[in-house]
Design a protein around this ligand. Structure first.
Ligand code: B16
Ligand code: MG
Length: 216
C-alpha cells in the first residue's frame, strides 16, 4: 500500500462547524449592514480569523474602516459567538462516514492527522470525543500562514515522519485543496464548490468517503 497517512481538515470535513463559522461572521457583517453571502463565505473556508475579517471588509470596500485594535475586537466578538454556537456539539455531530473511514484507516496501520487552522480545533475535537484518535494535530497557534499556503499540511507530514507524496489530504475548501496540492499530496475534495484546480478525487459528501477508492 502506497498511502501511509490521511490528513483531515476539521471544519466541514469531520463536522459541519463551517455553518457556525458562517453564522457568526454573518451576524457580525449584518450588524454593520455589510453584504456577506454563502458564496462569499467560500472564500473564508480554511482562512485564518483575521484574514477572514479582511475578506469581508474588502468585499464591502471597508478595508480601512477599522484600526488594527478594532479589528482584533471584531474577531474576538465573532469568536465568542462561534464558541457559543459550537458549545452544544457532541459525538453525534460527526459528519456521516467519517468515523468509519477513520477506523478503517487505523485498522490497516495508516497514520491520522488534523490540519485545521482553527484555534478552536482542540476544543471541537474534544467535544466530538475523537481528540485521542489522531497521531498528530497541528497547532494552529504555531502556523504562520493560512491555507492555501501548504505550511499546515507540510507540518503534519513532517511531524508524522511521512513523505508528503504518501499522504492524502481531505478538504472542503478551495484554499485547502490548493494547500494540499502545494504540499505535494493527493487531494480528496468534499463538496468543494469553487476551485481553481479540481481535487484529485471529488466527493459530494463525507458519506462517499470510501477507503478502497481513496487509498492507493
Ligand atoms: P478560528 P479549517 C478554518 O478551519 C475554517 O475553515 C475557517 O473558516 C476559520 O476562519 C479558521 O479555521 C480559523 O478558525 O477562528 O476558530 O481560529 O477549515 O482549517 O478546519
Ligand atoms: Mg474546512
Amino acid at each position: 500500500m502506497k498511502t501511509k497517512a490521511i490528513i483531515f481538515d476539521l471544519d466541514g470535513v469531520i463536522t459541519d462547524s463551517a455553518k457556525y463559522h458562517f453564522q457568526a461572521w454573518k451576524e457580525l457583517a449584518d450588524s454593520f449592514g455589510y453584504k456577506f453571502t454563502e458564496e462569499d463565505n467560500e472564500r473564508l473556508k480554511g482562512v485564518s480569523r483575521l484574514d477572514s475579517l479582511n475578506i469581508i471588509l474588502e468585499i464591502n470596500g471597508a478595508l480601512d474602516a477599522f484600526t488594527e485594535e478594532e479589528k482584533e475586537a471584531l474577531c474576538t466578538k465573532k469568536n465568542d459567538n462561534y464558541v457559543h454556537l459550537i458549545g452544544s456539539v457532541t459525538p453525534e455531530d460527526m459528519l456521516p462516514g467519517v468515523a468509519k473511514f477513520m477506523a478503517d484507516a487505523k485498522a490497516v496501520g495508516l497514520k491520522l492527522a488534523v490540519a485545521s487552522v482553527s484555534k478552536n480545533a482542540p476544543a471541537l475535537l474534544t467535544s466530538l470525543g475523537i481528540i485521542d484518535e489522531f497521531d498528530y494535530i497541528a497547532d494552529a497557534r504555531k502556523i504562520t500562514r493560512s491555507k492555501p499556503d501548504p505550511e499546515i499540511f507540510a507540518v503534519c507530514a513532517k511531524e508524522l515522519g511521512i513523505d508528503p507524496a504518501l499522504c492524502v489530504g481531505v478538504e472542503d475548501s478551495q484554499a485547502g485543496i490548493e494547500a494540499i496540492h502545494a504540499a505535494g499530496m493527493k487531494s480528496v475534495g468534499i463538496n468543494v464548490t469553487v476551485t481553481s484546480r479540481e481535487p484529485d478525487i471529488h466527493l459530494r459528501s463525507t458519506a462517499e468517503l470510501d477507503f478502497s477508492n481513496i487509498i492507493e
